[in-house]
Design a protein. Structure first.
Length: 243
């Protein structure tokens, strides 16, 4: 049984990934922290299509909560064969306005969440000498972003984690890759305002439009399913934003 745990998957990229991977034959765990309504609605829709799915509330920054989530997945769906680390938070702040509390929280979720989830599923993957981990970074993980220093730093760290862990785990048959989305039409980017989004599409993104969550979901599926000789790589999905 193929089993996927997708963190932060009640909406946006995560929800699209849950649908895409369910279509690919995975039993899916939809993880969320606040939007129970969205998570349960998605789970109900997939169950209605005959899919194996559960929804589980868990703050990925809490290692004990993550461990409990993974154990539930194992009991109800099976051992995790694909982990998609998608959960993340973002907020624009000038550097001098970043508080120690905010810095610690964004790192705890964006990077610490990856660490907690990987450690929770890795034991069985190592035992089986098989498994796949796809981390979700950002174009700001390879290209600095004004007023998003904290977010950018976490996404840079996720790329470093991906590359280093890929080298460590490849001899054990486990692949670790990364997707770096550009400006994707989700709730997270709506805070920029429509005028800014229109300007980015018209003047900055060579393809002339924002990306969709479904396009990123297909990239995640590609890395999980098709790119069997690929590890440690970062797949940019940004409409040419960074060339």
């Amino acid at each position: 049984m193929k089993v996927a745990l997708i963190t932060g998957s009640s909406r946006g990229i995560g929800a699209a990934a849950a649908r895409e991977l369910s279509d690919a034959g995975y039993a899916v765990c939809i993880n969320y922290i606040e939007r129970e309504d969205k998570a349960e609605a998605l789970a109900a829709r997939l169950r209605g299509e005959g899919r194996a799915v559960i929804a589980q509330q868990s703050d990925v920054s809490d290692a004990a909560a993550v461990e409990a989530m993974v154990r539930r997945v194992e009991r109800e769906l099976g051992y995790v064969t694909l982990l998609v680390n998608n959960a993340g938070i973002a907020e624009q702040r000038q550097f001098q306005d970043i508080t120690p509390e905010f810095w610690q929280r964004i790192f705890a979720v964006n990077l610490g969440g990856c660490v907690n989830c990987i450690q929770a599923v890795l034991g069985h993957m190592l035992h089986e000498h098989a498994g796949c981990i796809v981390n979700v970074s950002s174009i700001w993980g390879s290209h600095g972003a004004s007023c998003e220093t904290a977010y950018s730093a976490t996404k840079h760290a996720i790329i470093g984690l991906t590359r280093s862990l890929a080298a460590e785990l490849a001899p054990s048959g486990i692949r670790v890759t990364c997707v770096a989305p550009g400006v994707i039409d989700t709730d997270m980017v709506k805070v920029l305002g429509q005028e800014t989004l229109d300007m980015l599409a018209k003047d900055v993104i060579p393809m002339g439009r924002l990306g969709t969550p479904e396009e990123i979901a297909r990239a995640i599926r590609f890395l999980a399913e098709e790119a069997s000789y690929t590890t440690g790589q970062v797949l940019g999905c940004d409409g040419g934003f960074i060339i």
